[in-house]
Design a protein around this ligand. Structure first.
Ligand code: NAD
Ligand code: G6P
Ligand code: MN
Length: 433
């Protein structure tokens, strides 16, 4: 049987993960699941852990869910380690969002100043986890969800020197669910090719005869109202000219870059009225945990669909099942480039379509990107590399360089003030600085 260790097990998303494992039990015979959390998350992990056990008890399978604050016990001889932790919990995310907003800039959970500070907090922890894995489960695969997922995965490869890692996101899953519907087709009637970075990728689509249907999808994007946008992203139409020119479909997070003015205005309006996304999510989370406390609830409640990460288990459980049984399913993952995106160095992490099997991801070559997208991508990767380097070294000047090159951070003394305030606000979670 398979041993799974899930770091950040107190997440409200855990029932979704259980559902994914239950669905795939025949190909992935899970024996034990260890939900790991920390003292600050003890109540959450106890509630959601009991709920997770009820889900298994309601299934035909005999699986034990262990709840622990002892990471080593959970990692010992694990086959797969999944990471879904949030350093500093939602309180930290509120600061990432509110402090830049106070100065009129957008601080999002994975983008702009907020995303960079989430990286500063998360990278040291993921590197600790990798060191533990080297001792306790050297053959295990690390399946990372902790955001910023691409940067965290890059840190694992570049600084942790650990190659058995796959970084995941639900955004490509959602695109591949909605677009076949738009064209009145089944998912297996379309062939996808994604390339870029986490929360910064584009894709092209062909039918099974090899005909490029990207333009047909672009047309549909301006007709219906179902766009497959995650709940956390303001859903406005993309500038159609840009999509027509590049002949690719962007991801939802590209709104922050192609329409910074509109997304910023919308975010600032929300901050003043219903609160930042983290403040909204806090309410949803409270409601979810009230439901999870119900000793009769033994299935994933509908309300979890309000979270932006809905369907993430399809990526997580499918990649684990594909590695375990060498299925070679095509998924979109963050993994070492190795030439799939020739516009970026071979040794950096990219988010691309790949076949997932026993030895991990075998990337599908995408080829060169159009001029504009190549430029964006190279700037964004430089920002990511500087951010990770600053997270590891604690070097203030490197952090400021990362801030300055980030397209979502207006450079200058205000940006530096935002950075300084965030350093103070998060000092308890930034041991390297
Ligand atoms: P959350 O606030 O519920 O945090 C999950 C748990 O992590 C909490 O119970 C917390 O106590 C715990 N935790 C914090 N530090 C820890 C540590 N050092 N060790 C072990 N546990 C620790 O978060 P959430 O909203 O459920 O999201 C979890 C993570 O997954 C976040 O990083 C989020 O950004 C990410 N996420 C990623 C995607 C994706 O597409 N990749 C989708 C959804 C969420
Ligand atoms: C999805 C992303 C995640 C992100 C999440 C935020 O769009 O793929 O990476 O963390 O939504 O959702 P939330 O409900 O926490 O705002
Ligand atoms: Mn994501």
């Amino acid at each position: 049987g398979v041993k799974i260790a899930t770091i950040g097990g107190g997440s409200s998303y855990t029932p979704e993960l259980m559902e994914g494992f239950i669905k795939r039990y025949d190909e992935l015979p899970v024996r034990e699941i260890w939900l790991v959390d920390i003292e600050a998350g003890r109540e959450k992990v106890e509630i959601v852990g009991a709920m997770a056990q009820r889900m298994w008890d309601a299934s035909p399978y005999d699986v034990k869910v262990h709840i622990t604050l002892d990471r080593e016990e959970a990692l010992k001889d694990a086959d797969f380690v999944t990471t879904q932790f949030r350093v500093g919990l939602l309180e930290a995310r509120i600061k990432d969002e509110r402090i830049p907003a106070y100065y009129g800039m957008l601080g999002q959970e994975t983008n702009g100043a907020g995303g960079m500070f989430k990286a500063f907090r998360t990278v040291p922890i993921i590197l600790d986890i990798v060191e533990d894995m080297k001792r306790l489960c050297p053959d295990a695969w690390l399946i990372n969800f902790a955001n910023p997922s691409g940067m965290v995965t890059e840190a694992v490869v570049r600084y942790g020197k650990w190659d058995k890692v796959i970084g995941l996101c639900n955004v490509p899953v959602m695109a591949q669910m909605i677009e076949p519907e738009m064209l009145g087709k089944q998912p297996d009637e379309l062939i996808y090719k994604f390339a870029g970075l986490n929360h910064f990728h584009w894709h092209k689509v062909a039918d099974t005869h090899g005909k490029n249907v990207t333009q047909e999808i672009i047309n549909k994007m301006y007709e219906g109202d179902e766009t497959g946008m995650p709940k956390n992203i303001h859903d406005i139409p993309f500038p159609r000219e840009i999509l027509e020119q590049m002949q690719m479909i962007p991801c939802g997070y590209h709104h922050y870059y192609y329409q910074e003015e509109e997304t910023l205005a919308h975010a600032l309006e929300e901050y003043k009225t219903i609160g930042t996304r983290a403040q909204q999510v806090k309410k949803t989370e409270t409601e979810l945990f009230e439901l999870y406390k119900d000793p009769n609830l033994d299935y994933k409640p509908e309300q979890l669909g309000q979270r932006g990460g809905a369907y993430y288990s399809d990526a997580a459980c499918e990649s684990i099942a594909s590695i375990y049984s060498n299925k070679n399913t095509q998924l979109v993952v963050s993994t070492k480039n190795d030439g799939a995106v020739p516009d970026l160095p071979a040794d950096c992490v990219v988010e691309v379509s790949a076949y997932i099997g026993g030895q991990g991801a075998r990337n599908v070559a995408f080829g060169e990107l159009p001029t504009a997208e190549r430029g964006w991508l190279q700037v964004m990767k430089a920002m990511e590399l500087l951010t990770i380097e600053a997270a590891v070294t604690g070097d203030y000047n490197t952090a400021l360089q990362a801030f300055t090159i980030n397209p979502m951070v207006r450079s200058g003394k205000t940006a530096q003030r935002i950075m300084d305030e965030l350093f103070i606000a998060h000092k308890d979670h930034l041991p390297n600085f």
